[in-house]
Ligand binder design. Structure first.
Ligand code: LLP
Length: 414
């Protein structure tokens, strides 16, 4: 793919995505469940189509995401619409398309949805997003379920807000939702949050006959695999699992507290389905030495994959060609950096790597989630290409942007 389409290019595996979906679906079989893929993790239409064909619903956070889902053949009746700042235009569009539920994050938003639905002579199905105030033990930027952040409605307000929702003329109460954070590496916080909300869910079920409880997304994946030193093998085999805890652990934690609620369960995984199904291919442009430091300057930058710069997150980086044994012996520390004019433009600092040469092709691993979707044109760098591998075939699923694309839409002032 690098030869045919150039670099930097994101490459995804259709087989892995479908396999992750199927395994999660099977593990949740004891529950009446719906998997709503969190589109924000990777919204390429080809990826959405794979999941739609597998039977997935979608968790969307904007009108744009709903538009993509529909363009990919997804079913709006299986879409939940989350997000703290839904605009009038987005609410109208979602009402017209008939989403499964608006996951509402504040009282004013609820009133706004009621008004907009009334003006259109439609009824809006809603769930309130409860903030369960649970510490998910993850990075502060991606923790969402504690009372100190902007998401959801506080536990002590929930009953009152449902009561006012019940009085609104154009609102149908259909569910309740929570999401405690992202890249959660233990199964326990999920179970704790479900146990904590269970009494509320039961009450809502008896009072308003709600249909579903969405327990959010957030299952963490493995970003860091140990280097098997000296064995000539770069990867540990994780038996096909790419989640930190196994799907079995997750299901064992969430099925018992969920099953006894006797209600539909919605899950909103993003990263888990696509994170380890994608890599970012990049080529080494220059090797530079400066004092004791060594740098490999690659053709991908923080504009293509911002996670290391933004969260200091770790991404495994591997040479695409199998490392030759004499090369492998020469493992040394190197910074792998991009060409963008920022010190924060790095993918790895002081990383132990086999000797790298100019022209080498590298794969930045675990790039399938929150990679391309967070890319920008910073430094006027065109957005990278995206490709999909399916069995022994591969195809481009998004063209690399051109310089012309960069100025398209810009207008000369009078
Ligand atoms: N549901 C809701 C309401 C969410 O806010 C999110 C993610 C998800 C589901 C999916 O979470 P997941 O299963 O992917 O963990 N850009 C960050 C991650 C931000 C996640 C935001 N919300 C990163 O690169 O780590």
């Amino acid at each position: 793919m690098a030869e045919k389409f150039g670099t930097p290019t994101y490459v995804y595996s259709a087989g892995t995505i479908v396999d992750h979906y199927a395994r999660l679906d099977a593990a949740l079989a004891p529950l009446d469940h719906l998997i709503c893929y969190a589109v924000k993790a990777n919204s390429n239409r080809a990826i959405l189509k794979l999941l739609a064909d597998a039977g997935a619903g979608f968790d969307i956070v904007s009108g744009g995401e709903l538009f993509r889902v529909l363009a990919a053949g997804g079913d709006p009746a299986k879409c939940t619409f989350t997000g703290v700042g839904k605009s009038r235009e987005e609410i109208e569009y979602a009402l017209e398309q008939g989403v499964y539920s608006f996951n509402v994050e504040s009282e004013s938003e609820l009133e706004n949805i009621d008004r907009i639905a009334g003006a259109k002579n439609l009824r809006a199905p809603i769930a309130l997003r409860v903030n369960p105030d649970i510490d998910p033990h993850t990075h502060e930027y991606i923790s969402t379920g504690s009372h100190e952040n902007k998401f959801g409605i506080a536990l002590d307000r929930i009953a009152a807000v449902y009561e006012s929702a019940a009085k609104m003329r154009n609102i149908d109460i259909v569910g309740v939702q929570m999401h405690i954070g992202s890249q959660i590496t233990e199964a326990q916080p999920f179970a704790s949050a479900i146990w904590k909300l269970a009494p509320i869910v039961r009450e809502l079920k008896s009072k308003y006959a709600i249909k579903f409880f969405s327990i959010g997304g957030g299952m963490g994946i493995i970003y860091r695999r140990a280097l098997e030193s000296g064995s000539g093998k770069w990867w540990h085999d994780h038996g096909g699992e790419s989640s930190v805890f196994s799907i079995r652990d997750y299901a064992d934690a969430i099925v018992p507290p969920s099953r006894q609620l006797g209600i539909g369960i919605v899950v909103e995984p993003g990263r888990f389905l696509v994170g380890n199904a994608g890599v970012l291919l990049t080529r080494v442009g220059y090797i530079k030495k400066s004092g004791a430091k060594k740098f490999a300057i690659v053709d991908a930058g923080m504009n293509d994959l911002i996670r290391p710069a933004l969260y200091h997150s770790y991404h495994e980086i591997v040479p695409v060609k199998e490392t030759k044994s004499e090369r492998e012996r020469k493992i040394s520390k190197i910074d792998i950096v991009g060409p963008v004019c920022e010190s924060g433009d790095f993918f790895a600092l002081d990383r132990e790597m086999p000797k790298l040469d100019e022209g080498d092709l590298l794969a930045i691993m675990s790039g399938g989630a929150y990679g391309f979707v967070m890319a920008s044109n910073y430094n006027s760098r065109p957005l990278p290409a995206e490709g999909l591998v399916r069995g022994d075939k591969f195809a481009l699923i998004r063209k690399r942007q051109t310089w012309k694309d960069l100025v398209r839409g810009e207008i000369e002032p009078l």
